[in-house]
Each structure stands twice: as structure tokens, then as C-alpha cells.
Design a protein around this ligand. Sequence first.
Ligand code: SF4
Ligand code: SF4
Ligand code: SF4
Length: 302
Amino acid sequence: MVKRIALAQLTSCWGCDQALVDLHLKLLEVLPQLEIVYWPAVVDFKLKDLESMPDGSIHIGLVEGSCRTKEDLHLLKVMRKKAKILVAWGSCSCYGGVQGLGNQWELKELLERKFLEADTVEDGRIPEEEMPGFTESIVPNTEIVKFDVPLPGCPPTSENTLEALSALLTGKPFDLPTKTVCDECPKERKEKNITKFYRAHEGKIDPDKCLLDQGYLCLGFATIGMCGAQCPTVNTPCKGCFGPPPGIKDHGAKIISALGAVADMDPEELEKAFPDPIGSFYFTDYGASYLSKIRDKEREEK
Ligand code: SF4
Ligand code: SF4
Ligand code: SF4
């Protein structure tokens, strides 16, 4: 039986879509089993087309991006009503994504920075006409509506999405693995005792040895292993873009606590090594962190 599928984009870079179309001919493995009923990134569907479908009439709905606008919030809720199985597609959808880092500031500050103060702005103004309105902060979609399947990654690899779709089409569960990026990484690891951290462009990397052992902030130890360790394999430290393995509630807190155990450094040295700790430890999931929630609560109480 052909299954009806909808792919919706909230605020995002649309990279998850890009990863899907990167499957090229492999897409043919699943396309004949799918009837695409909504995918504005590729076909000219309108929101009203989706709104007019009966509730529960879509078999699989994929939601990419997070809710930065009120229109995003509306689309997310419509997708939840229309889809039987809803997939949080990508780290934006699962955890808020890179744009969640904006939660460190108030909405007013973000708008002023972007439209009035950025170096490239001349005669700036904050747009108000024809705007859908912004949300006060980025809250992970999974905390706004119930999702059936989380599929993290920034983006999920093409194979991740194909694997999830193939499982869902055949009625099988799609469970996240419990392994980490380190479990997939071919580099040799030793007992850790880090006395100095390097930026990615500093020093000379030994390609056979663990990057973290060499003082590069590689977050593979606290990141779910679904990407085949694609960054460390080419000597680029893992930034943790797939988020934590199941069971870890706060990715950055886990990273900080693990690093505290292996970094033999003074607080001042650590502060110097990580001038942007939130960006370093919560690349795609600050919106899901305890720190962000505390800030949201303070905002509500004001
Ligand atoms: S998860 Fe990453 S690739 Fe996907 S839309 Fe968000 S920012 Fe883009
Ligand atoms: S290089 Fe990174 S991913 Fe590989 S073993 Fe070391 S910490 Fe883990
Ligand atoms: S190695 Fe890390 S940063 Fe690179 S894709 Fe995998 S999870 Fe993301």
C-alpha cells in the first residue's frame, strides 16, 4: 500500500531536505511506496492544502526546523493533527538546533542586533508589516507536541533518513542507538589527562590518535553515534551536532562534567580555552538545556 507522506519546514536551513535529496538514485528504494502530499521545499504546496486534509490522513509526517515564528508553531500543530506518525527530523526539530543559541538573549536584543546593529546594516529598521510574529524563545518541537520518532542530526545523514523511512514503511520500530561517536571512531584512545586545549587550526594533528587526547575539543564521547564518526575520521573534532545518546537529559552538562574529570587545568585556563562555552558545549541543543529552561522561567516571571 502506498503511504501518504508530508515534509514540513519550520525555521531551518533546509539542510535536512538537502541530505534527503542527496540520496539520489537510492531514493528510488522508497519513492514508489510514497505519495508525497506536502513538501513545499520541492513541490509548490501551500499551507491551506495541508490544512484542508482530514486529520490523521497522512501516514508519515517529517518536521524539520524549530519554531522561531508563530507561523512555525501553527504549522507544527497542523502537522501533528494530520500525521499518524510524526518524525522530529534533524537536531533543530529534536532540540531546537543552532538557532536555540539565541535563547541566551531576549527577543528584543536579537531583533536589534540583526536589523539595527550588525556591521553590514545601513539605515536599518525592524520589519513589522506582513510578519508572522516571533516566538519569545526556541523551545524544542518535542516539548510542544508529541512526536513518535526522533531522528537527530544536523543534518541526519542521508542513510539515517532512508533507514528511518524504510523501517516506518514496513511497520518496524526505529530506535535510536545507545552508542556514541567514539564507539564508531577508528582513532586510538589512551588514558586522558588534558593539560591544554587547542583550537582546531592550531598545532599539528596526529591522524591516528584520538583528537581529545591531543587537546582538541572532540565531543564524540557524549554524542550519539549515528553519523559514522564522519568528522573525526577526517581529523575534524566532533561538535556534537547529533545531540546526546538516549537517557542523557542535558548534553552540555554531561560534556562539562566529563571534561572536568579529564582536564588537569585551572579554571582561568579553561575560561581562556573556551571563550564561547555555550556555543562549544551546546552547538545544536541549547534550546533543550536546563540553562535555557531556567532563563525561560525567569522571563515568564518578569
Ligand atoms: S538540523 Fe541542521 S541541517 Fe537540519 S535544518 Fe536544522 S540546521 Fe539545517
Ligand atoms: S577523536 Fe573524538 S570521536 Fe574519536 S575517539 Fe577521540 S573523542 Fe572519540
Ligand atoms: S562527528 Fe559529531 S559533529 Fe560530525 S556529524 Fe557526527 S555528530 Fe555531527
